[in-house]
Structure formats: C-alpha cells, structure tokens
Design a protein around this ligand. Structure first.
Ligand SMILES: NC(=O)c1ccc[n+]([C@@H]2O[C@H](COP(=O)([O-])OP(=O)(O)OC[C@H]3O[C@@H](n4cnc5c(N)ncnc54)[C@H](O)[C@@H]3O)[C@@H](O)[C@H]2O)c1
Length: 253
C-alpha cells in the first residue's frame, strides 16, 4: 500500500532537484505523475526513468497561461483527474541591493515565481478533484529576508498571500493549500546563490558560511523536502490547510 495510491499529481519544475526528488517519491508511493518544466530533455529522461505508464512529460513555461492550461488538460486527459498539485518551478535572480537591483531581473523573477504559481493554481485547482491538496514551494525567505535578495524574497513572500487566498477559496471543496519554506538545500540552485552571496572562493567555504546560520548546522537534502511535500499531499495531513510549513533546520526561528 502506497501513501498516494490512486492519486494523480501535477508537478512544475519537475526536472529540477526538488521537483524530481518529489516526483520519484510520489511515484514510489503509488501516484501517477504529470511532470512539467521548461527543460524538455531532462523532463523526458525523468518520465522514461519512472516509466511511461506512471509518468507523463509535459514541457511548459509557467509564465504562459495557455501552456500551463494545456499541460493541465493533457494530464487530465491522460490520467483522468488531478488530486495533487505541487507548484515548484522557480528562479533566484540576482544579488544586489534594492537601489542597484536590475529591473528586468526583478520582473522576470516575479513572472516565474509569482505569476507562475498563480497560473498553476488558476488552471490546476479548476481541474482538481474535491479533497485534493496543493503545495506551493516558497522558501525560508518567504518568511524572513536578507540584504540583496529583493526580487526573490518579495516573490516568495507573495506566495503566502496566494496560498492563504486559495486555501479559503478551496476549503468548501475540501481542497487544502499550503506553502513549504525550505532553507538551504544541498543542490546546484543553492550552491550558485551561496557562491554569489558570500563571495567565498569555493562552494565548500560558501556552504560553511551558510551552515553557521542554520541551527541544525547543515543543508537539507532534496529528499527531505520531498518527504514533507509527500506528507502535505497525502491524506495524513487532511486537516492541515492555510499553513506556512518551515523546512529550514530552525533558520527562521
Ligand atoms: N535549493 C534551495 O535551497 C531552495 C530553498 C528554498 C526554496 N527553493 C525553491 O524550490 C524550487 C525548486 O528549486 P530547486 O532547488 O529544485 O532548483 P532547480 O533549479 O533544480 O529547479 C527549478 C526548476 O524550475 C524550472 N523552471 C525555471 N523556470 C521555469 C519556467 N518559467 N517554467 C517552468 N519551469 C521552470 C527549471 O528548469 C528547473 O528544472 C524553487 O521554487 C526554489 O525557489 C529552493
């Protein structure tokens, strides 16, 4: 018996580190997974690996409404319904103080990280069965902030507003909506940020500087994030909605 038997999940950013770890965990727990990302090659490779009976690759850009709607429609056509949505695709942007922050980068980060999850919510929630679960991937800096990350922190805070609105709108149908707020995860996305933000010469030194800020003293693994997403996606969290779930080793305390 899997924890997601008979459930169908739609995951954006599925070709990336956290998205792929979640897709693998969902599939291992019995779900069928509709995988979406702009990186079509990595997406098809993941779907092949999971098995075409259980996984479907749906290349789409989350900033494009027609593409997101098309991906959701294909997922429903193939698997018959949707029970779980994980809005996970995201980008970081630049490190610069607000006075110097490039406006085009700010606009792009907001487009991918806010308009994207809004469009995913708009199209996927309409297609989901009653009793489903949507999880939105924010960040520890959706609850806190640091100098130099105006676009990213603004975008990740905005997701709390989207989540709280959706949680109240969808409650009459028994659909739950929550955000997760991961701290630094050990993957390429985070290593790039750490090198830029610290100016340290090596990935290892940059990681150490960040780990001094984390009470548990280490990065999370993508699998640890996937485990929390699994809990929120499953019926084990049936009374949990409208919550901001920290996954940050105590960083936001
Ligand atoms: N890595 C961390 O430490 C960390 C911490 C907190 C939150 N997050 C969040 O987790 C999510 C996943 O990040 P990750 O660490 O797996 O990084 P990642 O770069 O491995 O994954 C992000 C994925 O999103 C996809 N993507 C980017 N723009 C897109 C678009 N316009 N449309 C569709 N897909 C798009 C990328 O192709 C990539 O596969 C992001 O929202 C990120 O902000 C990451």
């Amino acid at each position: 018996m899997g924890r997601l038997d008979h459930k169908i999940a739609f995951i954006t950013g599925a070709a990336g580190s956290i998205g792929a770890a979640t897709a693998r965990r969902f599939a291992a727990e019995g779900a069928r997974v509709a995988l979406s990302d702009v990186d079509a090659d990595a997406l098809h490779a993941l779907a092949d690996d999971l098995g075409r009976d259980y996984a479907l690759a749906l290349p789409a850009d989350v900033t494009d409404s027609a593409q997101v709607r098309g991906a959701v429609e294909q997922a429903v056509r193939r698997f018959g319904a949707l029970d779980i949505t994980f809005a996970n695709a995201g980008i970081f942007g630049a490190v610069a103080n607000i006075i110097d922050y490039p406006e085009d980068v700010f606009d792009r980060v907001l487009a991918v990280n806010v308009r994207g999850p809004f469009l995913v919510a708009k199209h996927a929630l309409a297609a989901m069965r009653d009793g489903g679960s949507m999880i939105i991937n924010s960040s520890v800096v959706g609850l806190t902030a640091d100098p130099g990350i105006a676009a990213y922190a603004t975008s990740k805070h905005a997701l709390v507003g989207l989540m709280r609105t959706a949680a109240k709108e969808m409650a009459p149908r028994g659909i739950r909506v929550n955000t997760i707020h991961p701290g630094p995860v050990s993957n390429a996305f985070q290593h790039r940020i750490e090198l830029t933000a610290t100016g340290a010469g090596t990935e290892e030194r940059a990681a150490e500087i960040f780990e001094e800020l984390i009470p548990l003293g280490r990065h999370a693994t993508p699998e640890e994030v996937a485990a929390a997403v699994l809990f929120l996606a499953s019926d084990e969290s049936a009374f949990l909605t409208g919550a901001t779930v920290p996954l940050d080793g105590g960083m936001s305390v």
